[in-house]
Design a protein around this ligand. Structure first.
Ligand code: SAM
Ligand code: SF4
Length: 333
C-alpha cells in the first residue's frame, strides 16, 4: 500500500485522473505513521524540509463587512467589538511592510474586510501593490470577490498572489456563509488564475464540519485545473461575538492528518499553517511542519486575532533546525 501512495500522488501530480472523496479518504485513514511517512517523503521530493517561508498579514481595512461569514470578527453581522476603520494610508502600509521584511517575511499579505473592492478603492490598492513590491517583497491581497476587470487591474500592477479561501466543502459552506456562495468563491479563483495571478486558497478546520467536509475541500482545490500555489489551512479561532464563538475544538491529530493530506494531494503547493497557531502546542506545530506544512504567518497579530509572535516562532524554528527562506530565494515556494 505504501509504495502505491507515492506512485498515485506522482501520477496525479503528472495530470492523472482526478481525486475523489473516497481516494483521498483512503489516504487520510492510513495509520498516522504511514500517512506522515508518505507526506514527508513527498514533501522532501518537492521542498527543502528544513526551510519555511514567512509571510506577514496586515489588515488594510478593518471591520464593517456586509458579509455574514460565521467565523469572522469583521462581519457587521457580529457584535465582535471590532471597530470599522477606513482604508490604510499608503505610507503606513509601506512602513509596516518594511518592518515585516526586517523580521524575515518574504511575502506581504494585505487583507480588507470587503465583499469586493469598490471601483474607488482600486487605485489605492494598485499603489500598495507597486510600493510593497518595490521593497522586494512578494505581494498578496485578500479583498473578497473580484470582477475579471479588477483581477486584470491588480495583475497589471504586479500582484503576485491573491488569497480567496473556499473555507470548507461545498455542501457545508451554506452552514457558515449565506451572503455569497461557494460558486462565487470558485468564480473569483478562476478570474484570478485567468489574470495570471498566483492563487492562495484553503480553508478552516473547527467550524462544525465533518472529516469528509475537510477532505472534500482539499478535493475541490486539488482538482482545480491548476491547484493553488498556496494552500492555507486555518485552525478556527473562535472569535467572541461571532456565530462560531463556541465551536468545539479540533482534535490535533485530525488537524495534522489534513496537513499531510494537503501535501499529498497538492505536492508542489506551499501548505500554509495559518490561523490558530497560538492554540497549538510546539509539538503539534512540529508535526504539522513534518507532515508537509512549509509556510507560516509571523507577527503577534493576524487580522484581529493573536498569533504566536516573533520570540515563540524563532525559538520553535530554532529548536527544530528549520530556517526561513530569504527574499532572494522566496520564488522557491
Ligand atoms: N474578506 C476577505 C475574504 O473574505 O476573502 C479576506 C478574509 S480574511 C483576511 C482571510 C481568511 O482568514 C478568511 O477567508 C478565513 O478563511 C480566515 N479566517 C478569518 N477569520 C478566521 C478565524 N476566526 N479563524 C480562522 N480563520 C479565519
Ligand atoms: Fe467579510 Fe471576509 Fe470576514 Fe467574510 S471573511 S465577513 S468577506 S472580511
Amino acid at each position: 500500500m505504501l509504495k502505491t501512495v507515492a506512485a498515485a500522488v506522482a501520477e496525479r501530480a503528472g495530470g492523472g485522473d482526478l481525486w475523489t472523496l473516497s481516494s483521498a479518504r483512503e489516504l487520510y485513514d492510513l495509520p498516522f505513521n504511514d500517512l506522515l511517512y508518505q507526506s514527508h517523503t513527498v514533501h522532501r521530493t518537492n521542498f527543502d524540509a528544513n526551510r519555511v517561508q514567512l509571510s506577514k498579514l496586515l489588515n488594510i481595512k478593518t471591520g464593517g463587512c456586509p458579509e455574514d461569514c460565521g467565523y469572522c470578527s469583521q462581519s457587521a453581522h457580529h457584535a465582535s467589538g471590532v471597530t470599522a476603520s477606513k482604508l490604510m494610508k499608503l505610507q503606513d502600509v509601506v512602513s509596516e511592510a518594511r518592518k515585516a521584511m526586517e523580521n524575515g517575511a518574504t511575502r506581504y499579505c494585505m487583507g480588507a474586510a470587503w465583499r469586493s473592492p469598490k471601483p474607488r478603492d482600486e487605485a489605492a490598492i494598485v499603489a500598495m501593490v507597486k510600493a510593497v513590491k518595490s521593497l522586494g517583497l512578494e505581494t498578496c491581497m485578500t479583498l473578497g470577490m473580484l470582477s475579471p476587470e479588477q483581477a486584470e487591474t491588480f495583475a497589471n500592477a504586479g500582484l503576485d498572489y491573491y488569497n480567496h479561501n473556499i473555507d470548507t466543502s461545498e455542501s457545508f459552506y451554506p452552514e457558515i456563509i449565506t451572503s455569497h456562495s461557494f460558486g462565487d468563491r470558485l468564480e473569483t479563483l478562476a478570474r484570478v488564475r485567468e489574470a495570471g495571478i498566483k492563487v492562495c486558497s484553503g480553508g478552516i478546520l473547527g467550524m462544525g464540519e465533518t472529516v469528509d467536509d475537510r477532505i472534500d475541500m482539499l478535493v475541490t482545490l486539488a482538482n482545480l485545473e491548476t491547484p493553488p500555489e498556496s494552500v492555507p489551512i486555518n485552525l478556527l479561532i473562535p472569535m467572541p461575538g461571532s456565530r462560531l464563538a463556541n465551536a468545539s475544538p479540533v482534535d490535533p491529530i485530525a488537524f495534522i492528518r489534513i496537513i499531510a493530506l494537503a501535501r499529498l494531494m497538492m505536492p508542489s503547493s506551499s501548505v500554509r499553517l495559518t490561523a490558530g497557531r497560538t492554540a497549538m502546542s510546539d509539538e503539534m506545530q512540529a508535526l504539522c511542519l513534518f507532515a508537509g506544512a512549509n509556510s507560516i504567518f509571523i507577527g503577534d497579530t493576524l487580522l484581529t486575532a493573536t498569533n504566536p509572535g516573533q520570540d515563540r516562532d524563532s525559538s520553535l524554528l530554532g529548536r527544530l533546525g528549520i530556517t526561513p527562506i530569504t527574499v532572494e530565494k522566496s520564488g522557491e515556494l
